[in-house]
Write a protein of this length. Structure first.
Length: 441
């Protein structure tokens, strides 16, 4: 289950809401899934198919008729058409669900195969091993996009993770008034925990980084849109400029993905190969500690167009930027996609033009100034501890849910619990959360 889904579900469950979560079947690491599910304060039904969309709609329809929730909250736009059952559906969109929908098979025919886990396991393994991602994304694209748009249009309300995502939804046919913007959240207490700073020396030693080095950090999936190859080129230019006086400059890139081997090859071919580190992925429970190894955080993303199918992959928000701010790192990021929704140039970070080497060089030279780094760090911490913190995110979600109920009170008969709760979301309201893992931004 994604971080966002788990945080929101857990928060509402602890507030007294009856929450039931539906998510994908666990096809591997079964024991890890079981242990994770036991940590939640609500039931988790791992029954959704990763392949058959229509099967999921039927399964969720039966769940709604049985559970009779007051609201459905979906972590993608794909389940908006459940509103036909007379229950409001609030959908969250991370942008890529409308730009390159990851619904694999959108048809009703043969969708009953979704009820056979073994069949799904074989199909998923075949997709992962023998088909290229470009082919998968182009496969039945028109029908998959139509299903995604239908879900978006039929959603009672959509929470977009950035203004960029909001515009993409509107362009797809969603009414402007049906979309609200709320960037993703961050666990401020976790990422700002003083223990991480105390362990910074040990973390650097783990990666072979000298204590006095100046570390440019980036944490991301190793895919085209992240611009890591561009960052390597700029890093080489920075090494030649020696703008951080006598401190050794190191680039630390954390993460896994289909381009990791290519980026490692580029690093190995560099004249500064020993200072460009690609250690691979870090477990989620340890990622907060990694930020303490950095001095500044860089997000060099750009809007990538797949030459094979024409689909756009963009940074629709950039959760790692929020994590970096919460960890006390000044951030430098590309002015692209949804990044300007969370980074204001000169206030809590610096923005450069995507894939523009001189623009990034200029911003890094600016941030070499200790006074500017301190100011950006302070403002980033302030925002991460207030509007981006999960506690505030939950409050805004509750306001959105209350907005839905106020609208429905004018249109339909609603449960007595809602009517008797002074116009707000009822303390014992039932909420079903279809929360399959989304395509991450």
């Amino acid at each position: 289950m994604q971080t966002h889904a788990a945080k929101i579900s857990d928060a509402f469950s602890r507030k007294g809401f009856q929450v039931q979560v539906y998510t994908y079947r666990c096809l591997k690491a079964l024991e890890q899934c079981r242990i994770a599910d036991l940590s939640f304060s609500f039931p988790v039904e791992r029954k959704l198919s990763r392949v058959f969309h229509q099967y999921n709609l039927r399964l969720l329809s039966r769940a709604i008729r049985s559970f009779r929730p007051d609201l459905v909250y979906a972590s993608t736009i794909f389940y908006g058409e459940l509103s036909k059952l007379g229950v409001p559906v609030v959908s969250r969109s991370v942008g890529n669900d409308i730009m390159r929908p990851w619904i694999v098979y959108p048809y009703r025919a043969f969708s009953s195969l979704g009820n056979i886990p073994r069949v799904e396991q074989i199909l998923v393994r075949l997709f992962e091993q023998f088909l290229s991602p470009s082919f998968l994304e182009a496969f039945l694209l028109r029908s998959r996009s139509r299903a995604a748009r239908r879900g978006a249009v039929l959603s009672s309300l959509i929470i977009a993770n950035s203004h960029y995502t909001r515009e993409k939804l509107i362009q797809s046919g969603v009414m402007r008034g049906a979309v609200r913007v709320l960037s993703g959240g961050v666990d401020f207490q976790n990422f700002s925990h003083p223990d991480w700073k105390q362990k910074a020396k040990n973390i650097r030693q783990t990666f072979g980084i000298p204590d006095n080095a100046f570390v440019l950090l980036t944490v991301s999936r190793m895919v085209d849109k992240k611009g890591i190859d561009f960052l390597i080129r700029v890093f080489e230019m920075l090494k030649s400029k020696n703008i951080f006086s006598d401190r050794k400059l190191v680039l630390l890139a954390i993460g896994a993905g289909k381009r990791l081997s290519r980026f490692r090859k580029l690093a190995a071919e560099s004249a500064f190969s020993e200072d460009i580190l690609f250690p691979g992925p870090v477990p989620n429970q340890e990622i907060a500690a990694v930020y303490s190894a950095g001095d500044i955080y860089i997000q060099p993303s750009f809007e990538y167009k797949n030459p094979a199918n024409g689909l756009i992959d963009a940074e629709t928000m950039g959760r790692s930027l929020l994590e970096a701010m919460a960890a006390g790192l000044p951030v430098v990021a590309a002015n692209t996609g949804g990044i300007p929704s969370i980074v204001i140039d000169g206030h809590n970070g610096l923005l450069f033009e995507p894939l523009n080497e001189s623009s990034l060089l200029e911003k890094v030279e600016q941030i070499a100034n200790p006074q500017l780094r301190h100011a950006l760090r302070a403002r980033g911490l302030e925002l991460a501890s207030t509007i981006f913190d999960w506690e505030q995110q939950v409050k805004v979600h509750q306001d959105f849910f209350a907005e839905i109920f106020r609208k429905d009170l004018k249109k339909v008969s609603v449960p007595k619990a809602i009517k008797s709760h002074r116009g707000m979301f009822p303390s014992q309201a039932k909420t079903v959360f279809p929360l399959p893992d989304s395509g991450t931004s």
